[in-house]
Design a protein around this ligand. Structure first.
Ligand code: PLP
Ligand code: COI
Length: 341
């Protein structure tokens, strides 16, 4: 199929309407089998659960064109697992076994011409989501739901491409202890909007959240997990029950140990330790690995000596290995790559 006429190299992280999306409906206690539609609009009740009480969760994953011209996705089974966990916590009925991954295949295949070419720097972002579609006015779960999945070609998440970010320690909290920080609920992002606009207005790229209970431990940013590299090359990342279990972060820890022979630590990170690290980066599907140059702690700049001019050397090795696996240049661990075409 001839590729769409899109300026792939200059894409930002935005929405471009593509041809087909997947939709399945839950009604009378069961999911239908769902299918593709070309209609990108949704008509629901003015009183739908999603509109009144934000009963919705989502996922994010990507499709890549490999060096040898195949189209693949990266660990979609883990996104299926995570949307299952999100749905359970939001009292959204879980999807039948296999529906999520099957929908990924169908949607990507149907929009093959929107998958950016190998080497273009762009990828196809896949956005699955579920929401309460029937009316609720008392606070309770909806009775009817929709599961949808669309795709859109994207470039880098942060404006200006891969460049060291300047992020600030946030005073506002993202997630309460025993709250919803570890699921991908829309509400976690709605409540971050005030703060991200303020951060951008002040010239920062992102907010770095501390644990809400003690305000001393590093958690994650609004849209990505965080990793640090010590001066002796150990990869350190926060362990917390209130952050999103990032598939990218879990994959990077594996890559660090098994491909690069690096030591890794998943542990609590105190904010006073920040100045000990040599490199810092944000990781996620959208962020891939974006270097962090500075964390601003209320006017005091913590500068990472090895990642404030360009991506740090260890971070770069992690980035090259991960993207090498995703683009088929490096052999992937068993089960990580799902070939679509
Ligand atoms: N943390 C938050 C809050 C996110 O929104 C994301 C994006 O999905 C991540 C972390 C990274 O997760 P993943 O690597 O699974 O995309
Ligand atoms: C992703 O990385 O897939 C996300 O959902 C993060 C979002 C902030 C775009």
């Amino acid at each position: 199929m001839t590729k769409q006429n899109i300026d792939w190299a200059n894409l930002g992280f935005g929405y471009i309407k593509t041809r087909s999306r997947f939709v399945a409906n839950y009604k009378n206690g069961a999911w239908d089998k769902g299918g593709l539609t070309e209609d990108s609009n949704i008509t629901i009740s003015e009183c739908a659960g999603v509109l009144q009480y934000a009963q919705t969760c989502f996922e994010g994953l990507k499709a890549y064109t490999t060096e040898d011209g195949h189209i693949v996705t990266f660990r979609p089974d883990l996104n299926a697992e995570r949307i299952h966990d999100s749905a359970v916590k939001l009292r959204i009925p879980v999807l039948p076994e296999g529906m999520f991954v099957d929908a990924v295949k169908q949607v990507v295949e149907a929009n093959e011409d929107f998958v950016p070419p190998y080497g273009s720097g762009a990828t196809l972002y896949i956005r699955p989501y579920m929401f309460g579609s029937s009316p609720v006015i008392g606070v309770k779960p909806a009775e009817e739901y929709q599961f949808r999945m669309f795709v859109t070609p994207v470039g880098p998440y942060f404006k200006g491409g891969v460049r060291p970010l300047n992020i600030r320690l946030s005073d506002l909290d993202r997630a309460a202890p025993k709250g919803t920080g570890n699921i991908k609920a829309g509400l976690n992002y709605a409540m971050s909007l005030y703060n991200i606009v303020e951060a951008h207005d002040l010239g920062f790229d992102e907010n770095l959240y501390l644990d809400a209970a003690t305000k001393t431990k590093i958690e994650e940013t609004g849209g990505a997990n965080i990793i640090f590299i010590t001066k002796d090359g150990t990869v350190v990342t926060p362990k917390s029950d209130t952050i999103l279990p990032s598939i990218t972060r879990r994959s990077l820890l594996y890559v660090a140990e098994k491909y690069l022979g690096l030591k890794t630590e998943e542990r609590e990170i105190h904010k006073d330790e920040l100045s000990d690290f040599a490199e810092c980066g944000l990781c996620g599907t959208a962020a891939v690995i974006s270097p962090v140059g500075i964390i601003n702690d209320h006017g005091k700049e913590i500068v990472f000596p090895d990642s404030n001019k360009e991506m740090g050397p260890i971070t770069k090795k992690l980035y090259d290995t991960l993207t090498g696996i995703q683009m088929g240049r490096i052999e992937a661990p068993e089960g990580w790559i799902m070939r679509i075409k």
